[in-house]
Write a protein that binds this ligand. Sequence first.
Ligand code: LLP
Length: 441
Amino acid sequence: MNSINQLLKPVTTEINEKGNLSIGGCDLTELADTYGTPLYVIDETTLRGVCRDYKKAFEKYPHVNMMYASKALCTSAISRILDDEGFGFDTVSSGEIYTVYKAGVDMSKVLFNGNNKSFDELELALEVGVGRISADNFLELALLDEIAKSKNKIADILLRITPGIECHTHEYIQTGHLDSKFGFDLTQIDEAVELILSQYKNLRLHGLHAHIGSQIFETKVYHDEIEILVRELSRLDEKYSLKLDEINIGGGLGVKYTDCDCPPSTYEIADVIIKSLEENVKKYNIDMPSLFIEPGRSVISTSGVTLYTIGSSKQVPKGKKYVAIDGGMADNIRPAMYQAEYCAEVANKKDEVEKEKVTIAGRFCESGDILIKDIELPKLVEGDILCVYNTGAYTYSMASNYNRVPKPAMVLVNNSKSDIIIKRETLDDLISNDVIPQNLK
Ligand code: LLP
């Protein structure tokens, strides 16, 4: 069965009676007029559809906890939608914990991850009562035990391990290979467990956690990862009589950024995961563990598009034609950082046939600020609205104020209605934390 993460565009994308692109029943040129550009647009129907794909795909497995990896896009409104769809949250900072907490999420459904959590962050996590903390290293075990003791609490933890699995994705977004900054090496697990059992009385260990990478198209890596996690649970049971009953396999399922991308569906992934669990639980003779999965990109990416207004253009003599937009690497760093590719269409020129090949250049002061290389689009002129697809994940969440440019707004669209969910930054917002020392006044 197909699922939404295999689509390039939000499910509600249409051409309306004016010949303009519309999403969630909202004309994109009107959204650009009303809210200005660059503008992030999130389609609620697509987002909820993905959540339902995930739930349906895993319905056969009774002990599954979907934890949305909020690093992909963390806002108060998005947190409310995911909470409403029954997802928990994988968080990696006090900022993400605070956002979901303030959005009214049940904190027992929140997990806290990260390779260098600070004292303050661990303290906050315990205070608001996050359900699980995935302990990443020896320092963290000691710190967490100390903080939990001082608060007379027990911290419920998993151990993050590096399973030694290489997946075929960009090297910056591989995490499960052996030489990784994340988690305990397989050879360090026993030492960590022994410390927990003998010294760290305020830690309660529930299971193991791994994450192998992101934008993954292969299914076999999940099979292999589960085998390692189950094998380790069984080994720890044998060696320490320790009955751990949770495994967290991280996130990573890919999405379709261009026609060349063919990610597996959530149904295929779920099948591989469930089969591997059933197989390995038998092979290693343990009870079926509770499963945690932490998808981020595949949950939010397809529901998002970014709108830009076309500005200047430059035809290099005997070379490329550059067309500039009013955004770029500060609102979407992915092309500059990972050579990521995107598809785009012109929102106001759907039926124009005369096309030309152009390179979409960002407005930031870097030659590397190119959003899309060599794309065929209808002839662009100043004021046209460009719609870049599949930008829900890792765009706003990685945005910066480079060149002192305010961050764009974000709107949620549904049933022909649009609502602001992140306000556009103002020039005053930009200087709001600046301080001029007395002697410079
Ligand atoms: N769990 C853990 C422990 C993670 O580190 C990550 C992502 C996820 C879950 C969610 O992975 P996803 O389902 O989104 O692939 N900025 C990069 C992606 C970095 C992913 C980091 N960790 C990008 O734009 O491609």
